[in-house]
Design a protein around this ligand. Structure first.
Ligand SMILES: Nc1ncnc2c1ncn2[C@@H]1O[C@H](COP(=O)(O)OP(=O)(O)OP(=O)(O)O)[C@@H](O)[C@H]1O
Ligand SMILES: [Mg+2]
Length: 264
């Protein structure tokens, strides 16, 4: 489904601010793989996501989706087969538009369907059906402006918008980080359900190690622009936070500096 080969990118090359944000990245994902991504601040996690979504182009290397080389394909052309939810609840939705209008936009973009007035009744019923799966009562608020929703409600809506058209790849970048613990748990559970329901190929960045262990069938740890650890299957099921921190220390010879990751 996704193949990244020898990806590297350096920001501000040749200046004092030079930053090798990604180096030697090789990642293969099969259909239905759910990879959780952990790593300290600045490790390159969001940059990796940007490479997949097309908002950044690598200096070298190849990105393939479904065996198609998309390395140079612009972001808007990839949006049909990529769904994305960001950390910021404000990022994924249009605040001045209603819930229904936001859903319609996502629906039209990904399925390439035109919004004919004749089908609007049917579409409304469909949207209500989708919203019911969130158990937040949003199905009775189709005409509410999205800017009025709470952060948790907006993230749930963003998740729905990113997934209900069954994208080939779902990218989640700390999408529960801005939420209070109970809302974060709700969105975490929803994520697990939605991913399983549609069998989505998913990459999820999180600073919450427990979340990274609980969700998904694979885990990667990044540090200084590289993937330094990959665990999958049974080995992942047996993994604990202590073991992860120990692995980091073993590989890097230094303690993981990110307290957010440990406390999360
Ligand atoms: N557009 C850019 N221009 C210059 N430097 C950048 C740019 N984007 C990212 N960087 C740098 O590249 C490095 C990796 O950034 P990235 O956002 O991928 O980290 P991250 O792992 O997502 O961190 P965090 O956990 O804090 O979100 C950082 O040092 C960052 O400052
Ligand atoms: Mg980031």
């Amino acid at each position: 489904m996704l193949s990244m080969q020898d990806i590297a990118i350096t920001f501000n090359e040749g200046t004092l601010d030079e930053k090798k944000a990604l180096q030697d990245i090789n990642l293969e994902m099969k259909k239905g793989d759910f990879v959780t991504v952990i790593g300290s601040n600045g490790a390159g996690k969001s940059t990796l996501m940007n490479m997949i979504s097309g908002s950044l182009k690598p200096d070298i290397g190849t990105v393939k989706i479904n065996d198609k080389n998309v390395t140079m394909l612009p972001e808007y052309k990839r949006s049909q087969f990529i769904g994305r939810v960001f950390q910021d609840p404000m990022a994924g939705t249009a605040p001045t538009m209603t819930i229904e209008e936001n859903l319609a936009m996502a629906y039209a973009r990904n399925k390439k369907r035109t919004l004919k007035i004749g089908v609007s009744k049917k579409r409304k019923a469909l949207f209500k059906e989708y919203l019911e799966t969130l158990h937040l009562g949003l199905e009775s608020r189709l005409n509410a402006k999205v800017g009025m929703l709470s952060g948790g409600e907006r993230q749930a809506l963003s998740l729905l918008m990113a997934t209900f058209t069954e994208p080939n790849i779902l990218l989640l970048d700390e999408h529960t980080a801005a939420l209070d613990p109970s809302r974060a748990e709700l969105i975490t559970n929803l994520t697990g359900e939605v991913v399983e329901q549609f069998g989505l190929t998913t990459l999820m960045v999180t600073h919450n190690m427990q979340q990274a262990l609980d969700l998904g069938n694979r885990l990667i740890m990044m540090d200084k622009g590289q993937i330094i650890l990959e665990v999958s299957g049974e080995e992942k099921q047996k993994l604990t936070i202590e073991k992860l921190l120990h692995e980091f220390q073993r590989i890097r010879g230094t303690q993981m500096e990110n307290d957010r990751a440990i406390l999360g």
